[in-house]
Design a protein around this ligand. Sequence first.
Ligand code: BYC
Length: 319
Amino acid sequence: MADLNSLEAKFQEKIDNEIKIEPKDWMPEKYRQTLIRQISQHAHSEVVGMLPEGNWITRAPSLRRKVALLAKIQDEAGHGLYLYSAAETLGVERDDLIEQLHTGKAKYSSIFNYPTLTWADIGAVGWLVDGAAIMNQVMLTRTSYGPYSRAMVRICKEESFHQRQGYEILLTLSRGSEDQKRMLQDAVNRFWWPSLMMFGPSDKDSVHTAQAMKWKIKRKTNDELRQQFVDVCVDQARILGVTLPDPNLKWNEERGHYDFSEIDWDEFWNVVKGNGPCNKQRMDARIKAHEEGAWVREAAMAYAEKQAKRRKEETTQVA
Ligand code: BYC
């Protein structure tokens, strides 16, 4: 027991001194489990996050918009892959993580259970959803686990392109016809609150934040990040000429931040528990894609095994 205590003390000392934890380093089992949970949920979110946008590839209004959207969705597949790889460094199998997603055991971000009804929604997803994701992920570039932190650096660079392409779609609509302006406002009305929910429950209800902060997995709390996000969005909304759908949104001189209304937490938990507008549709689409892709995984495995066998034979011949 004394040994475990001293290992834990040394581990916390490393964290306190900003030394990254690497896969082969000793770590408390709960730290490992927290990371597996968070990183895998994050990976699932990237992959499920391709679905609402994929809906618009065939309906993008121009070739230029289509190319940018395709590139963005492919980036998200890549983010899922970096993150599954980062989770695997903690000793879990990717197949098991995917199984947890498909059986409803693992969560993914609530935001992707909302539909994308118009082209303006694709802009709103870029501006607000990617904007919220970046706010959270910039913090995670400084997370204490090395592989997660390094994956985040690259992901943030790509996310910032996604956010800008979304904002530019909205800016174009804001300079368009009255119908386009109405479509823009409607998309912002529907995506504003679900985007604020992406940051998770309020600090008083967040079960994992306190320990995650001590281990520096998280560097800011859910409420701190949400406030930061609201603060940056207000000016951006003004440039777009849209109204953020919250009558209580106003600058508070004393706090140096915008005040905003309480989130509808019943809606949040309802979506997290699987009862959002698109939860079933999203999971059915994921499972179908996974099943239809089985032959690709089998072929890749067969090729990898063949290559490994060839390399082994070559090494034996040289020896
Ligand atoms: N949706 O104690 P808490 C993206 C769960 S962006 C669903 O605060 P934690 C993308 C939480 O998992 C989105 N579930 O937890 C963008 C926990 O449940 P369990 C992905 C949520 O982990 C554009 C319980 O509620 N980003 O991928 O300390 C295009 C209690 O919460 C949500 C990330 O995943 C939610 N919104 O804090 C394409 C970032 N919020 O596990 C793709 C990494 C909370 O106990 N993750 N829950 O059953 C994080 O930073 C943290 O996990 C969170 C939650 C801030 C999300």
